[in-house]
Design a protein around this ligand. Structure first.
Ligand SMILES: [Fe+2]
Length: 360
């Protein structure tokens, strides 16, 4: 049931934040709001996005189809591709378990081929679209994004966690973190999550060590048995654990390169609730955006690494991450949240302690 306690003004504010500040919709553009036929967003969510896009002067089309499962390489229908091609901006409002369309090779091709940008929304419910996370002042979000991206260099990383994770490699960064800073108007070909945010990087080879995941995309909460992986030269050479590990072993037999460690990522948003994230089976939405929570991906990584039809993620809550001789995350605390410039920008909007406090 839709949450009746959600304030309509908050809902509109969340939708406007998405449409104007993330999607960058402007007058005369064609906007496609894409929802799933079997699992549409709650009533009022797509409508709020449509209204906000029309307010911005766009022509809006609603597409309701059976969306392909992006993470397993499924391909969209010809009709869906034609709808994407006819749009400047797509506001994707698919189920939380199917948000990561960037991990799909067919979507990547469309981004490359057409003058198209995609905003992948993690707000299928009224409560999420009206949340503090969705309404968070864009200037603070962009400052956190820019400062986080600015830390990343083409240099060694080392991540550890009390679960047993101990992994090393290099991060491959674009100069000054360009592409991750959230600044300016999106160009065609861009793909972003709404709301923010994370730092998502390709770990340049070699990557070696052990990863012990306590969370796994598709399973809500802390795993009863962790997924325990041995990584050698970027590949999974051993995978043990419970049901999730058995499933992953099966996928690695079925999909070429599903064993390839392709992504290292950490959340940077203090205002997405950790507890709400732990309730979702789609860990790679709320939970993996929470500041200091990490995840690591296997399979396809857009524009880098190797080809795969597969992409999957696991993660943990309290990593310690050292990179380029600096501590980035200290036992789950994202240190950038204490940065003086971030605090100064937050102070324009209220009490920085409150605005930068991690929502439990
Ligand atoms: Fe991923």
């Amino acid at each position: 049931m839709p949450d009746p306690t959600v304030n309509e003004a908050d809902l509109k504010e969340g939708a406007r934040n998405c449409v104007l500040n993330y999607s960058g919709v402007g007058p005369g553009e064609n906007v496609l709001v894409w929802i799933d036929r079997d699992e549409p967003p709650e009533p009022g969510v797509a409508e709020a996005m449509i209204e906000a896009a029309e307010e911005a002067g766009a022509t809006v089309t609603l597409l309701q189809d059976r969306a392909p499962e992006f993470r397993l390489g499924e391909r969209m229908s010809a009709a869906t591709e034609a709808a994407l091609q006819a749009s400047h901006s797509v506001i994707q409002l698919l189920p939380l378990l199917n948000v990561a369309s960037i991990d799909n090779i067919h979507i990547l091709r469309c981004l490359f081929e057409y003058d198209l940008r995609i905003t992948a929304c993690m707000t299928p419910t009224r409560a999420l679209l009206a949340s503090e996370w969705a309404r968070y002042p864009i200037e603070i979000a962009r400052t956190i994004m820019r400062k986080s991206a600015g830390l990343v260099q083409d240099a060694e990383f080392h991540m550890t966690e009390s679960t047993g994770t101990d992994i090393r490699g290099r991060l491959k960064a674009w100069p000054d973190g360009a592409g991750f800073s959230g600044g300016g108007k999106l160009r065609g070909g861009a793909w972003i999550f709404f709301p923010f945010g994370n730092v998502a990087l390709y770990p340049a080879p070699p990557v070696n060590g052990r990863i012990v995941f306590e969370t796994w995309e598709g399973t809500a909460g802390i795993l009863s048995e962790p997924v325990d992986l041995l990584i050698k030269d970027q590949r999974v050479v051993q995978c043990s654990g419970g049901e999730e590990a058995r499933w992953f072993n099966d996928m690695m037999k079925r999909y070429p390169n599903a064993d390839y460690c392709c992504e290292i990522t950490w959340g940077i948003s203090p205002v997405v609730s950790l507890q709400e994230g732990l309730k979702q089976r789609a860990c790679d939405t709320l939970l993996y955006r929470h500041a200091g929570v990490y995840h690591i991906g296997f399979g396809l990584w857009p524009f880098e690494g190797i080809w795969s039809d597969f992409h999957w993620d696991g993660g943990g809550l309290k990593p310690t991450l050292d990179h380029a001789g600096q501590r980035v995350i200290d036992a789950g605390r994202l240190l950038i949240l204490d940065d003086p410039e971030v605090r100064e920008v937050a102070a324009k909007y209220g009490d920085p302690d409150a605005l930068l406090a991690e929502v439990p």
